[in-house]
Design a protein around this ligand. Structure first.
Ligand code: AMP
Length: 364
């Protein structure tokens, strides 16, 4: 079987690494001349809108998937005329636009921060008079890792915040004074079978995920499963879906979802019986989904902009390094390491060592 992937970054690379033992082959479409997935599959270099390359991908692949949200929806529709594409285009369309996404949550009865669409200073002032301070202004589209966002604390910040967004259509959201950030990852197969991973507890800095930890027996697990099931079913979803949530006083508030394998699920490679990457492939191929049980306690540390030496990471007995072979660049995710432990205390000790190493090589 041949899997087509739009995008050839580290997520595509890890999908292919998970698919090799299943006998799968991979073709990636990506405009970048150097792509880190190219080592583990065939790289078609060209624009995502290149009709000839899209036709080739559709013709040669049994199923097509994608590793990032900013794929134009028309491309998915075009490929889907010939070859199945998962996750479905609707999930992509909703996830691409923060306003549609928040409306979608609201229509499904899923709690969100208070929000409003804003296109001018007057609208922003009006919205904040309802929402209150602090508030976060976000571009509706193309925002990721905290980009396209501005925190506002008083009316003096508003004009500058709007300017920062350079006239892009925006939403404003109330600031959620959360205790924790968590995510739930689930897989749904073509036949509709669903499996859920244990919640991941996530720490961000400058809008970028740094540390993700499995949260065994989390009191919010079942609430998170109910919420993500509503999304999976409303979207007739196929593949891995990741939902980012805030824990606000013991209840979940939805922030956003990603229709793809997700950085907060990287610890599942060594930390779970079946990784998110393998379950994504099983789901889109309509194979039985794998057990999601955690093997002990697991965590993942991202390396941004640079990495410690391999020897320093591998000296931690239960650490596993994942280098993406990407050229280091400021703010770029270049590797991660997974930790496993038999108890939370051991995990905390190992995390402290790894975090220290990451801080030394981190450039952001
Ligand atoms: P996002 O791009 O929406 O995932 O935002 C990036 C990060 O900004 C999140 O992981 C949170 O740490 C923070 N953030 C985003 N929206 C809010 C909000 N409404 N209230 C508080 N923090 C937020």
């Amino acid at each position: 079987m041949i899997i087509g992937v739009l995008g050839a970054g580290q997520l595509a690379r890890m999908l292919a690494l998970a698919g090799k033992p299943l006998g799968l082959q991979f073709i990636f479409l990506d405009p970048a001349p150097e792509s880190c997935a190219a080592e583990v599959g065939e790289h078609l270099q060209g624009a995502y809108t290149d009709r000839a390359l899209l036709a080739q991908l559709a013709q040669r692949c049994d199923v097509v998937t994608y590793e990032f949200e900013n794929v134009p929806v028309e491309i998915i529709d075009l490929i889907a005329e010939q070859t199945p594409v998962y996750p479905p285009a609707k999930a992509l369309a909703v996830a691409q636009d923060r306003l549609l996404e928040k409306n979608f949550f609201r229509d499904l009865g899923i709690a969100t921060a208070p929000y409003a669409a804003v296109n001018s200073l007057a609208e922003l002032e009006r919205a904040i008079s309802d929402i209150g301070w602090p508030a976060i202004l976000k571009t509706r589209t193309l925002g990721y890792d905290g980009k396209g966002q501005a925190l506002t604390r008083s009316s003096e910040d508003l004009a500058g915040a709007l300017e920062q967004l350079q006239g892009a259509p925006a939403i404003v959201e109330g600031f959620v004074a959360f205790q924790r950030e968590v995510s739930i990852i689930a897989a749904r197969s073509v036949s509709g079978a669903i499996v859920y991973y244990p919640l991941s507890e996530n720490q961000h800095r400058n809008g970028i995920l740094r540390l993700a930890k499995s949260s065994a027996n989390d009191p919010l697990q079942s609430e998170a499963e109910v919420i993500i099931t509503r999304l999976l079913e409303a979207l007739d979803y196929v593949g891995i879906l990741a939902l980012e949530l805030f824990d606000l006083n013991g209840h979940l508030v939805a922030n956003e979802f990603a229709p793809r394998v997700h950085n907060s699920g990287h610890w599942t490679i060594e930390g779970s019986e079946t990784s998110q990457f393998e379950n994504h492939l099983r789901a889109i191929l309509d194979q039985p989904l794998g057990d999601t049980a955690t093997r002990g306690f697991a965590a993942m540390q991202n390396f941004i902009g640079g990495t410690p030496s391999l020897a320093e990471v591998l000296a931690i007995p239960k650490a596993h390094m994942h280098l993406y072979n990407k050229a280091p660049r400021k703010g770029r995710k270049v590797a991660h390491a997974t930790l496993r432990a038999d108890n939370p205390e051991e995990l905390a000790e190992q995390v402290a060592v790894l975090k220290h190493l990451a801080d030394q090589s981190d450039d952001s």
